[in-house]
Design a protein around this ligand. Structure first.
Ligand code: IPD
Ligand code: CA
Ligand code: CA
Length: 264
């Protein structure tokens, strides 16, 4: 199958769906109720309403595709090469505290590989999009990646596991990188971290605690922008594996990988 025949339609639908879902998040912002799925793992009415809308929008147009969504969505019947991977609200903790750094994230795989990504930040009205091999955009402006940057001049970001304590290797890795990078951040939205690396606002991002919906869209966008995406030890990226190292350029990727791998 030639994906070029269907790509404009897929992208158009993904963008429209992400925009609608972003509107739903903003509609709920003053009156949502919140509950805990697990320790420090929050879910709100907005997460559920957003996923419901995305699911309805995509499934009505692509009923034969496969689907995976954070809030209990899994459709695996049939032989479609396409799988949508949806995070209806990435950054729920930020959303709950009205810290305006969260997004809708919609990724699409083709034959098990990152293919297309759309991440929508409703607070800044920024739509990050990318198709692997065809380029990446923020609100229709092509994103350009930074040239070789050493770690000492880089702004990097980490996602740490929920409830991590001082004995957690993820905390040890974070502390190892602190004196080596120009600055290290933790933002609460893995999707926006990846979009920001593609947009050249951050240089690198790593985590060992991600789910497929945290990374699918952002990885497609970063690859489309020409970035480097691997596991922490530089082995090939796997969306089902919680371990990710995503950088704007290969120089930084190898320096970060070497330093991160010092902690087993
Ligand atoms: C979370 C965010 C956060 C990351 C967590 C994710 P959620 O997603 O992406 O940055 O550190 O691992 O679970 O729960 O807000 O969709
Ligand atoms: Ca998430
Ligand atoms: Ca989420």
């Amino acid at each position: 199958m030639n994906t070029h025949n269907v790509t404009p339609d897929l992208m158009k639908v993904a963008i429209a769906s992400a925009r609608e879902a972003g509107g739903i998040l903003q509609d709920w912002v003053s009156h949502f109720s919140v509950s805990e799925k697990g320790p420090q793992d929050l879910v709100t009415d907005a997460d559920l309403a957003s996923q419901k809308a995305i699911q309805k929008y995509l499934q009505s147009r692509f009923p034969d595709h496969h689907y995976l969504g954070e809030e209990g969505l899994s459709q695996t019947e049939g032989k479609s090469p396409f799988r949508w991977i949806i995070d209806p609200l990435d950054g729920t903790s930020n959303y709950v505290h009205q810290f305006p750094f969260y997004a809708v994230s919609i990724g699409l795989e083709y034959e098990g590989k990152p293919y297309l990504g759309v991440i929508y930040d409703p607070n800044r009205d920024e739509m990050f999009t990318g198709i692997v091999g065809e380029g990446a955009y923020c609100n229709d402006v092509e994103m350009k990646l930074s040239q070789a940057t050493p770690l000492s001049e880089s702004l990097v970001v980490a996602s740490l596991p929920r409830c991590a304590d001082r004995t957690d290797p993820a905390v040890a890795r974070f502390l190892n990188i602190l004196p080596l990078a120009q600055h290290v951040q933790r933002t609460g939205s893995a999707a926006l971290n990846l979009a920001y690396v593609a947009a050249n606002r951050l240089d690198g991002f790593w985590s060992t605690s991600l789910k497929p919906w945290d990374q699918s869209a952002g990885v497609a966008i970063l690859l489309a922008a020409g970035g480097v995406v691997t596991k922490m030890d530089s082995s090939p990226f796997d969306v089902d594996c919680p371990d990710l190292l995503a950088c704007s350029n290969p120089t930084l990727q190898s320096e970060l990988s070497e330093q991160l791998c010092l902690v087993p």
